[in-house]
Design a protein around this ligand. Structure first.
Ligand SMILES: C[S@@+](CC[C@H](N)C(=O)[O-])C[C@H]1O[C@@H](n2cnc3c(N)ncnc32)[C@H](O)[C@@H]1O
Length: 208
């Protein structure tokens, strides 16, 4: 739909279309949870308070490549694309084929790539997209319920893929991720967001 068509659309029809899109997104998220509950780890996407707080420390002018692990149905994707420079790129990586198919279908932005795969393979994925390093990596992964060894492997690969001065942004219901991050990231800022289901912990690990 063009901007002119959208402006001419009656309010009720616009509200209905928005509701369908929202429930469609929640429906896909819930179906993905039923398929792989421990890999998804939550039945409700993150709140806008979590999104704003998590992204606040990012220096967007200096961000050419932003990578996200576990985008789900894309709760963070539009907010990241809205802030990202015009020549920047956003690569999202998820193991759930339902979510990746949904994101590829719904996110029309030339800066966006959705990859079916594991965050543990981030270095190969970043290289395959023509980049040497990422400026920022965001994670919504449920570190506490990932299979043994996967969390530490992801933290290590993330450290390697980041450029000096870049950061690993992590939100989680527990502090488990921080244990994995601390092996590599010596400066970790911490925060908390109450207005989220469930309230969650936020970490920013800086590669000084
Ligand atoms: C709690 S959901 C996060 C949803 C979304 N980011 C949000 O904030 O609403 C966790 C996501 O991590 C994905 N995931 C789990 N293990 C993964 C891995 N090793 N690599 C990439 N994604 C993974 C799941 O498929 C799921 O989409």
């Amino acid at each position: 739909m063009t901007q002119t068509q959208a402006a001419a659309e009656p309010f009720a029809a616009r509200a209905k279309r928005r509701a369908e899109r929202m429930f469609g997104q929640w429906g896909v998220f819930f179906r993905g949870f039923l398929k792989h509950p421990t890999m998804v780890g939550s039945i409700i996407p993150s709140s806008r308070f979590t999104i704003d707080k998590m992204l606040a420390p990012v220096d967007w002018d200096a961000c050419k490549l932003f990578v996200e692990y576990g985008p789900g149905v894309g709760t963070f994707c539009r907010p990241v694309l809205d802030r990202l420079r015009r020549d920047g790129s956003l690569i999202v990586i998820d193991t759930n084929e339902l979510y990746i198919a949904y994101l590829q279908r719904e996110t029309r932005d030339s800066r966006f790539s959705a990859v079916l795969g594991s965050a543990a393979d981030v270095e190969a994925i970043v290289r395959a997209h023509g980049h040497e390093h990422a400026d920022y990596v965001l994670s919504g992964l449920p570190f506490s319920t990932l299979p043994d060894g996967v969390g530490p492997a992801i933290a290590e690969a993330t450290w390697r893929v980041l450029r000096p001065g870049g950061a690993f942004l992590v939100y989680q219901f527990t502090a488990r991720a921080r244990d994995f991050m601390a092996k590599h990231f010596h400066r970790i800022d911490a925060g908390y967001e109450f207005w989220n289901v469930l309230p969650c912990k936020l970490f920013w690990g800086w590669k000084d």
